[in-house]
Design a protein around this ligand. Sequence first.
Ligand code: APR
Length: 247
Amino acid sequence: MNFPAPLLEQLRDARRMVALTGAGISAESGLATFRDAQTGLWTKFKPEELATAEAFQRDPKFVQDWYAWRRQNAADAKPNAGHLALVEVEKRAPEFLLVTQNVDGLHERAGSKRIVELHGNIHRFRCFENDCSTDNFDAENGRCRSCGGYLRPAVVWFGEMLPTAALETAIDAAERCDAFFSIGTSSIIYPAADLWRRAKNSGAIIIEINKDPTPLTPLADYSFLGKAGEILPALFEIVWSKKQFTK
Ligand code: APR
């Protein structure tokens, strides 16, 4: 794959990089994206119908079972070359922040350390009834031991606010970076889909890597249509073959 020489130069000179990832970077690990049709048992349901407090209130056990199924899929999946390429970026770029919309935990398992999970993490729980602070949870039975209420996954549901600290960290990093990557996301869910604009307005170059065109595609400085697991390693191999970043 060829990359424009100006992009390679800009990345070699970049000091601060931010990468926003979405479900597409986990697709090559075998995890369905949100806008793909759901498989198996859940084919007839849309995430928007299940990942809500209303759906949970209606039938907690049903929604807990859906998350248990997704948690198991995530646990069975392995980080792919796209996740691993971003671990290399973190090791070599003077400053790097990974902002993910994914809740599957694969970036952490790949070895990324500087991660902001905008939408939470499916492997963590919260007490649904009283948001009990203790971690006194009976995850096996989906119950909070402090109040006996149901446990919910510690993820952001549709219609809920994003964790303030995570969002502020992501915004601050986007507004200070020299290069902003949008990887494997349809760029339609806000506020994550607005981060590139903040970076652009602060003078960063915007690079999109996505299998299909998105609303960002015509607006990015560079847009590569294809698989993250192929494009990311190829790009960073060339960027670093000529220059070792020094921390
Ligand atoms: N490499 C790169 N991109 C890919 C790949 C791949 N191998 N496979 C799929 N894609 C792209 C698709 O073209 C699509 O544009 O990944 C994108 C995934 O888009 P969505 O399914 O909308 O997932 P995402 O953008 O992460 O959704 C954002 O919406 O449903 C909510 O909270 C949920 O975090 C999620 C948010």
